[in-house]
Design a protein around this ligand. Structure first.
Ligand code: GLN
Length: 501
């Protein structure tokens, strides 16, 4: 197997600049890797072999012609199947969209293409991004490359698993309640949720519009920062896009300095229900940052304990409204259209057949929470709680620059373990959801392996709105210090995957 697949995006870029490898060679190496391991991992729903090779050849041509190229030109990437790519199948993990080929590129995709990033294909996810394990995908579960019997996290498990299986050095995810950070934590990779509005939602199949945030996934902090810079920035096509300069994330990842930085450990995100090995690695990382000169204090965010219930009212409410457009008329699936059935009947039959159990559960929850007579008690109340959580952050940031916690209460669990227990599944998102509700920037960085099971643990950093740079500063410092201990990034400790050809 080519050693090109082990390289970071930065290293690949250097190889291309020096003429030691072409974009086509690099792309082919990753396509070969996908061919060899994806049967076992199932990170991809669609591999665009021809399109990827054509994009790579175009980059090689531009380079040969002496054109100035960006730092990620020719670097392959795995794209979560919730973002539209012109002419390429996009399902959002749902039967509802089987066979649908969008007629346009999402803004994120437009920017990737403009930067010469090579899109290898579309990655698996929980249906419409509802889930924490990819087990809600209509197209089968993705397996965690660290242990194929475990889930890779969700909803963007395919993107993170593609990184951990060395099928791609870069990936795009979307984070509504942790779907970039939690799979990042479970696969020993870096996952960043930018500030809400810092990356465009145009062309992102909506789950909850006030929370949805596309973001970068990579095996190193600097790679994630480079990708962040490519995709972020104002977009007039998204009405909630922030019209401000992109925070200097690449500089911050390079600086990787925490001396004098004030770090707050969130008191409420730890203790009962948290796996001892997760807490141990988290506290060691905090110690390490202290040694590097950070000032660490404990901070209380008393309303965080209500984040999960508030989220599970707000998200289903918005989702039930966003998913109303899947009415058998406009996109994808249509069932029972026999010339006899009424439009309403066709709509009902299609939604019955096209949506999975979790999606139906949330549509029902959301419809109920929004119904007249209950609206104030459920949706209205949840919005008030959301404000209290945002205030907790504002108060905390008067004291400290960033907040930290474990990214998840446990490491990756076994496939099948929590499918019949939605509450246990939802509890995965205890640490990640507050930042979504407040629109903050947040990220997960690998911080070691839990003693109990040898599986990756994620270190969660939360920063104020449009201070995404602080995430990379902390992540970069942690990564550098841990690399000294480990002799490389955490991923270098992952077991070899069995290669099928
Ligand atoms: N686990 C969360 C949920 O099921 C993740 C959602 C997301 O970020 N897309 O809602």
């Amino acid at each position: 197997m080519s050693d090109l697949i082990r390289k970071t995006a930065v290293e690949l870029s250097e190889l291309m600049a020096s003429g030691e490898a072409s974009a086509v060679e690099i792309t082919q190496a990753h396509l070969d890797r996908i061919g060899a391991v994806d049967g076992a991992v199932h990170a991809f729903l669609h591999v665009d072999t021809e399109g990827a090779l054509a994009q790579a050849a175009a980059v090689d041509q531009k380079r040969a012609a002496g054109e100035k190229l960006g730092p990620l030109a020719g670097v392959p990437l795995a794209l979560k199947d919730v973002l539209t790519q012109d002419g390429v199948p996009t399902t959002a993990g749902s039967k509802m969209l089987e066979g649908w080929k969008p007629p346009y590129d999402a803004t994120v995709v437009q920017r990737l293409k403009a930067a010469g990033v090579v899109i290898l294909g579309k990655t698996n996810m929980d249906e419409f991004a509802m889930g924490s394990s990819t087990e809600n995908s209509a197209y089968g579960t993705t397996h965690n490359p660290w242990d194929l019997n475990r889930i890779p996290g969700g909803s963007g498990g395919g993107s993170s698993a593609a990184l951990a299986a060395y099928e791609a050095p870069l990936a795009i995810g979307t984070d509504t309640g942790g779907s970039i950070r939690q799979p990042g934590a479970f696969t020993g990779t870096v996952g960043v949720k930018p500030t809400y509005g810092g990356t465009s939602r145009y062309g992102l199949i909506a789950l909850a519009s006030s929370l949805d945030t596309p973001g970068p996934c990579a095996r190193t902090t600097l790679d994630a920062a480079l990708l962040h810079e490519v995709i972020a920035g104002h977009d007039p096509m998204d009405s909630t896009s922030i019209n401000q300069p992109v925070p200097a994330v690449v500089d911050a990842a390079r600086r990787a300095d925490v001396a004098g930085l004030r770090i707050g450990v969130v008191k409420e995100l730890g203790g009962e229900g948290y796996q001892p090995g997760v807490e141990a690695r988290f506290h060691e990382a905090v110690e390490l940052l202290t040694k590097l000169g950070a000032e660490v204090v404990e901070v209380s965010c008393p309303h965080f304990e209500y984040a999960l219930p508030a989220y599970y009212l707000i998200l289903p409410s918005e989702a039930s409204s966003n998913l109303a457009k899947f009415d058998a008329m406009r996109y994808g699936l249509r069932v029972g259209d026999d010339g006899e059935n009424s439009a309403e009947k066709v709509m009902n039959l299609t939604r019955e057949a096209g949506f999975g159990a979790e999606v139906k559960r949330r549509i029902m929850l959301g419809t109920h929470a929004l119904s007249s007579g209950y609206y104030d008690a459920y949706y209205g109340q949840a919005q008030k709680v959301r404000t209290l959580i945002a205030r907790d952050f504002t108060k905390a940031y008067e004291q400290v620059d960033v907040l930290v916690s474990p990214a998840t209460p446990t490491t990756a669990f076994a496939i099948g373990d929590r499918v019949n227990d939605p509450i246990a599944m939802y509890k995965n998102d205890l640490c990640t959801i507050p930042s979504n509700l407040a629109g903050n920037a947040a990220a997960s960085f690998p911080c070691g392996l839990a003693d109990e099971d040898g599986l990756p643990v994620g270190f969660h950093v939360m920063a104020p709105v449009m201070r995404d740079d602080l995430l990379y500063q902390v992540g970069g410092a942690l990564e550098a210090a841990l690399a000294e201990q480990w002799g490389g990034v955490l991923m270098s400790k992952a077991p070899e995957l069995e290669v099928s050809r």
